[in-house]
Design a protein around this ligand. Structure first.
Ligand code: HGY
Ligand code: MN
Ligand code: MN
Length: 410
């Protein structure tokens, strides 16, 4: 039986995707499954049970990354990993992250069904807190795996709970899952994911072979002014933190201007204190998400952010913290080639494309040859309740993954 003939079970995968979407289901059809939340804990328990039904090994590390392993002929060899994340955006969809974890799990079952034995173990992984929706430093799990320790365990989530406490509660909820330290040798990593962009759908292609991921800089900015009565304090002496923040964002728009439309600059999170219509804002916190494929552009513009904000907010003050920095990554031929070969063997049209979104693969690429498989999503829409992928495309991506895993694990 060769890898090209692997058949995944489209219905089994689709049923799993719809079942996982129930954990944190929103009334509008989307998903809100914050990292380490009760919904995430329940989803993990659901997946652990399915893995045990198959006799796969299940372990979790200190960052609550979940590893589900199908044995290979030589258990001493570093495994090939495949997966993504199960946490979602607050108004997220059914497929971002979830597809990658379940496509990897389906690939393990497809290898069972095809009676294929690999040389190396093959492991499906669910990384913790990729999105950063609750704990604002994203990719907690994949960073922990690469560095050997949980990043910023003291960071406080949107709900006031510290990351370390949320991790402990999650791990304690599955006491029978063996615990390991973060990080172990892996041979290769493949992350299946929806494209979160329009290219594959507009080109009518079921598979994207991802060439790399653009770089990212996240900042957290706190502007401090003076509270006061909206009806009595003269404009001339106000230190209005919100007006100052608006000036800063306007200046940042100038810094991030790009006639080639390659720069991606977003202020997506703003909080105002005391957030009352008739009180002058005393403090405003806002996020900066800045992305670009070229490191020199990232470095040059990121270096100017703090000074530009300090000038723009006067007479208010500002604190600017760089909270996330991901360098652009290019995936090696060893993995992109295996994915391309797998797509060809499955008779699936495909193209090479870069990822505008970041993924755990951006970190894992630092410790082993990594790559990604994209499938189309409707209208390129993601980070939205209406996010959608077709069952046939979900299955096609899992089939390419299974074939690529056999190549990489043998
Ligand atoms: O923000 C991102 O690029 C990813 O989807 N979390
Ligand atoms: Mn994702
Ligand atoms: Mn996402």
């Amino acid at each position: 039986m060769n890898a090209a003939s692997i058949v995944v079970d489209e219905k089994r995968l689709w049923d799993d995707l719809m079942a996982l979407a129930q954990f944190g289901a929103r009334e509008d059809g989307g998903v809100c499954r914050h990292a380490l939340s009760p919904e995430d804990i329940a989803a993990r328990a659901w997946l652990i049970e399915k893995a045990r039904e198959r006799g796969y090994g299940v372990v979790a590390d200190d960052a609550a990354n979940l590893f589900i392993t199908r044995p290979g002929r030589d258990g001493a060899l570093p495994p090939v990993l495949a997966g993504s994340h199960m946490d979602s955006q607050p108004a997220g969809g059914k497929f971002d992250g979830a597809y990658g974890v379940l496509a990897a799990f389906e690939a393990l079952r497809a290898l069972d069904d095809a009676g294929i034995e690999t040389e190396r173990p093959v492991t499906a992984v669910a990384w913790t807190n990729e999105e950063g929706g609750r704990f604002h430093v994203p990719c907690t799990g994949s960073r922990a795996f690469v560095t050997g320790k949980v990043p910023e365990p003291g960071q406080i989530g949107e709900d006031g709970i510290a990351l370390a406490d949320a991790l402990r509660a999650t791990l304690d909820a599955a006491p029978d899952v063996e615990r390991i330290a973060p990080g172990f040798p892996i041979h290769a990593y493949v992350e299946p994911h929806i494209e979160q962009g329009p290219i594959l759908e507009s080109e009518g292609l079921p598979i994207g072979v991802v060439t790399g991921i653009q770089g990212v800089r996240w900042f957290n900015v706190t502007v401090t002014g003076e509270p006061g009565h909206a009806g009595t304090v003269p404009q001339a002496i106000r230190r209005d933190a919100l007006q100052a923040a608006l000036r800063a964002i306007q200046s940042l728009n100038g810094l991030m201007e790009d006639f080639d439309d390659i720069v991606r600059f977003t202020v997506g999170h703003v909080s105002v204190v005391p957030n009352s219509p008739n009180t002058i804002p005393s403090s405003v916190t806002f996020s900066i998400d800045f992305r670009h494929p070229a490191r020199d552009v990232l470095d040059a513009r990121a270096a100017r952010v703090a000074d530009l904000i300090a000038e723009a907010v006067k007479p208010c003050a500002a604190e600017v913290a760089l909270t996330t920095s991901m360098q652009p990554v290019a995936f090696p031929d060893a993995v992109t080639g295996a994915i391309t070969k797998a797509a060809g063997a499955a008779g699936l049209k495909h193209c090479a494309l870069a990822s505008g979104a970041f993924h755990d693969a951006a970190h894992i690429a630092a410790v082993c040859p990594s790559g990604m498989i994209f499938i189309p999503c409707r209208g390129g829409l993601s980070h939205h309740p209406d996010e959608w992928a077709e069952p046939a495309d979900c299955a096609a991506g899992a089939r390419v993954l299974a074939n690529a895993l056999v190549q990489l694990a043998t």
